[in-house]
Write a protein that binds this ligand. Structure first.
Ligand SMILES: *Cc1c(COP(=O)(O)O)cnc(C)c1O
Length: 330
């Protein structure tokens, strides 16, 4: 049985994190408020250090390692925002980080993580084989493995975003959150449902491979087909021996919805043209759901913009009207 996660664990994370993360701002969106006819706020978490919330969980987990664990180093498998968060946090804390990835990861992503101070280990023929290599390395050393979402301290770190939101917007009624493995929404849900149980939580994924939403519908964790999507930071499956997020999301999230590639593209354009924000596809799904009127919201609503790490050529192509990855060169 995994440890349960309590509000006090998230409050402790919030007390642990100052100096390692920044408290991101909230802006009211006049355009979305007008369109949806309710006050809509944007939580600008794409302006977090490393441009995503993942540093909250990574820092919270690493700050609780023993000195012995710190000197043995940290390992993760991620070419995306989790890898960036782990690399930066480890560097801050003087911990050696190894980030495992397959040879197919684009060079700019590899260099991005290297530049944050981690050692990149290129191995295997795909992401699954890179993960096996990482787990094999853990078995042979004393290093600590940090998974991207199904981990108590990671969830508590992400939950600090939920505490911030309720401090920042006193009359809040709805929270709209991008949903992949569910670490972010689980942390936010425990924070919010513990302190303000009337607030409703909405989890949004992309149509192409919504692993958690499909699993909730099936009543058990199911495999999804991974397809190319603008929301690459939401892609990927959920391990069948999930300990935390599946049950937390099932229990605490009020409603889920999926958005199409064209809706994601429209949301990225909206964020740029009306909000002056550069956000990645995975971060745009909340705006996409509101623009496409998928949630029937009433009352003050906050939309979490979870990250800003988008390839700028793809961003440009979307601004120029691309509605699908296949319309963009390769
Ligand atoms: C990781 C990530 C998510 C999804 O978080 P989960 O905890 O896996 O649900 C959403 N947006 C961005 C930008 C991310 O990097």
């Amino acid at each position: 049985m995994p440890d349960s996660i309590e509000i006090q664990d998230i409050i402790s994370a919030q007390q642990r994190l100052p100096g390692y993360i920044r408290k991101t701002a909230v802006n009211q969106s006049s355009e979305l408020s007008r369109l949806a006819n309710i006050p809509v706020y944007l939580k600008l978490e794409h302006q977090q250090i490393t441009n995503s919330f993942k540093i909250r969980g990574a820092s919270n987990a690493m700050l609780q390692l023993t000195d012995e664990q710190k000197s043995a180093g940290i390992v993760c498998v991620s070419s995306g925002n989790h890898g960036r968060g782990v690399a930066f946090a480890a560097n801050q804390l003087g911990i050696a980080a190894k980030v495992f990835m397959s040879p197919f990861v684009p060079e700019n992503k590899v260099n991005g993580i290297r530049d944050l101070g981690a050692e990149v280990v290129i191995t295997g023929n795909n992401a699954d084989e890179a993960e096996l290599a990482a787990l094999n390395y853990i078995d042979q050393t004393q290093a600590t493995y940090l998974p991207p979402f199904d981990h108590k301290q990671i969830i508590c770190g992400q939950g600090t975003l939920g505490l911030e939101i309720i401090e920042q917007i006193p009359d809040l009624e709805n929270v709209v959150v991008p949903l992949s493995g569910g670490g972010l929404i689980s942390g936010i849900a425990i924070a919010i449902k513990s302190l303000k149980p009337k607030i409703k939580l909405y989890g949004i994924s992309m149509e192409k491979g919504p692993a958690m939403i499909d699993s909730i519908k099936a009543g058990a964790i199911v495999e999804v087909n991974e397809e190319p999507t603008f929301a690459d930071s939401l892609a990927g499956g959920i391990h069948p021996d999930n300990h935390y997020t599946f049950n937390i999301v099932r229990k605490l999230v009020d409603q889920t919805a999926v958005v199409s590639e064209a809706e994601i593209a429209a949301a990225i354009r909206h964020a740029y043209l009306h909000e002056r924000q550069i956000i990645e596809g995975g971060a745009s799904v909340g705006i996409a759901a509101i623009l496409a009127d998928k949630l029937a919201l009433t009352g003050p609503t906050v939309v979490v913009l979870s990250g800003g790490n988008i390839n700028m050529d793809i961003h440009q192509a979307i601004l120029n009207g691309a509605d699908n990855l296949s319309e963009i060169k390769s």
